[in-house]
Write a protein that binds this ligand. Structure first.
Ligand SMILES: NC(=O)C1=CN([C@@H]2O[C@H](COP(=O)(O)OP(=O)(O)OC[C@H]3O[C@@H](n4cnc5c(N)ncnc54)[C@H](O)[C@@H]3O)[C@@H](O)[C@H]2O)C=CC1
Ligand SMILES: C[N+](C)(C)CC(=O)CC(=O)[O-]
Length: 496
């Protein structure tokens, strides 16, 4: 892989700041020129957020952070840099001026990328002495997290420059897409502009509010677009007959007044065939059903991660899912016979979700704790320790855990957990959970936990009230008659 050794950023605003963070966190030294009196504070704040985000994003060892230097002049900033990124305001005259200055001061072999959102590279390179090294490198905000860069060459950009630019993006965690022909606003902003124009009409005509409009996006196709684009999503929506059927069914609607953008493309046979063929290639041999399954796994992962958003409160569709789950728990999952306390209680029935599977192709270890934690929560609800109870200030906290991995759980496998109460008193609750493969009944893992009843506000263990103990005692008494489970009381490293 070809690496950037030293970067220069001209302009350190929203986008320049994002580029600076992206380079620094990839271990690349960055020199910055921005005449704004508070440029260093602004960049520092963006960098701070970027570092927080990376700490959550990956546990992989990041290289030592690159060195950040603010320079007094543009010339000093670009000296010695092999990638120079221009991110000054979107004005052609200003950008031309800045790019000409960069051109005069940069190393002859330096790559010069412009962050412009829509200006043509041919127009930008007009006054440069070495226009062949200028290209558009259009990123998306926030640059340190969103990986895409549209690489667009102008009439005078060399093919070697485009290739060199594309090669240098993967080592900083980015994906370059080469846009074959230059066009104002390239691809991404063309799509966003079209959506935005339509959205502005919908607000002006009082069809919906901005909140409704945003909800329409984020609770539906926004989720789909995060993992498959427009065309692959529509291929699936064509059912078994795929893209060609989709075009035949919905193509005619393009002629109807469904948008204000009524310069409608002629969806003739040639275009249908072109899209059909490209869509076949994109599918790369995957059937519609396989694509559906991949889409569904991705959506599950996205929805589950949104459930943990906003500091665990859930965000958007994730908050909706969280609330829905809580209502299901509160309703007790429909009609249920009271648990048979004469045996370990069957409390959780689930399937191994795609987000739970690791690089070994089976359920990863922290998900076992999640299912066992859910099992403890289910037991607590059974004895009256539910959301209302916790809101009133008391709960049970787990203070010790021992998990044993006995078998494997694969993607989509049906699993269920059971709970045996080993002992309990006013404060303590000692439980033994088993995780079973539902089809065979085999035990895949066991977990032994000690929980303490707490006053959450005071932060100390206190006796559980009678309303809880009265529900717990019959279970504990019945389970006292069960044989001690194999593995209970074991510690790590014990001889069998
Ligand atoms: N904001 C966005 O969502 C996106 C913007 N872009 C593009 O990035 C470029 C920059 O936009 P923003 O960062 O949003 O603007 P911004 O206004 O946040 O930042 C521009 C920065 O350039 C500095 N500046 C002005 N004149 C300068 C000069 N002669 N030399 C060096 N620095 C100078 C300003 O002090 C400011 O800090 C534009 O071309 C824009 O189209 C691209 C993708 C997304
Ligand atoms: C609004 N904008 C045209 C500057 C947006 C972009 O260029 C890309 C983005 O991040 O949405």
């Amino acid at each position: 892989m070809t690496k950037i050794n030293k970067a220069a950023c001209i302009g350190g605003g929203v986008i320049g700041g994002g580029w600076i963070a992206r380079f620094l966190l990839a271990g690349i030294d960055v020199d910055v020129y921005d005449p704004h009196p508070e440029a260093s504070r602004i960049v520092g704040e963006v960098l701070d957020n970027a570092e927080k985000a990376y700490a959550m994003l990956t546990g992989a060892p990041l290289p030592p952070r690159g060195k950040l230097t603010f320079r007094e002049t543009l010339e000093a900033a670009v000296a010695g840099a092999d990638w120079i990124q221009e991110s000054v305001p979107e004005r052609l005259d200003l950008k031309r001026n800045v790019l000409t200055q960069i051109d005069a001061a940069a190393r002859p072999d330096a790559l010069i990328g412009s962050s412009t959102s829509g200006l043509l590279p041919t127009d930008l390179q007009r006054d440069m002495r070495h226009p062949e090294r200028l290209f558009v490198a259009h990123p998306y905000n926030p640059v340190y997290l969103l990986p895409l860069v549209e690489i667009v060459g102008g009439e005078k950009t060399s093919a070697a420059t485009i290739q060199a630019a594309m090669d240098r993006l993967p080592p900083i965690g980015m994906k370059g897409v080469h846009i074959a022909k230059e066009i104002e606003a390239f691809v991404g902003d063309r799509l966003l502009e079209a959506l935005w124009r339509e959205a502005l009409w919908l607000i002006k005509d009082d069809i919906c509010t901005v909140e409704t409009l945003d909800d329409v996006i984020r609770y539906s196709f926004g989720l789909r677009w995060a993992q498959m684009g427009l065309f692959q999503t529509y291929r699936i929506a064509g059912g078994e007959a795929g893209m060609r059927h989709f075009l035949a069914q919905f193509g005619p609607a393009l002629q109807w007044n469904w948008t204000k953008l009524m310069d409608v493309v002629d969806l003739d046979d040639a275009l249908v065939e072109k899209i059909g063929q490209q869509s076949d290639e994109q599918a790369n041999g995957l059937s519609i059903r396989e694509l559906e399954r991949i889409r569904d796994e991705n959506l599950v992962g996205i929805l589950q991660s949104l459930k943990g958003g906003h500091g665990g409160k859930g965000w958007g569709a994730g908050k909706l899912l969280k609330d829905f789950e809580q209502s299901l728990w509160a309703a007790g999952g429909g009609e249920k016979t009271p648990p048979d306390v004469a045996r370990p209680l069957r409390l959780i029935d689930t399937k191994v979700s795609p987000a739970w599977v690791d690089y070994n192709g089976h359920m990863t270890e922290h998900r076992y704790l999640q299912v066992f934690g859910d099992t403890s929560d289910a037991l607590l609800r059974l004895i009256g320790v539910d959301f209302d109870y916790v809101e009133r200030g008391h709960s049970y906290y787990t203070v010790e855990t021992h998990i044993r991995h006995i078998g494997e759980a694969k993607l989509g496998q049906a699993i269920h957990s059971t709970c045996q109460v080993l002992a309990s008193d006013e404060k303590r609750l000692h439980v033994f959970h088993r995780l079973h493969d539902t089809a065979s009944g085999d035990v895949i893992a066991t977990a032994e936990h000690m929980l303490l009843h707490v006053d959450a506000k005071a932060g100390k263990a206190v006796a559980a009230p009678e309303e809880v103990l009265v529900r717990l005692r019959p279970i504990a008494a019945a389970h006292a008659a069960l044989p001690m489970p194999e593995g209970a009381g074991r510690h790590v490293g014990q001889k069998r």
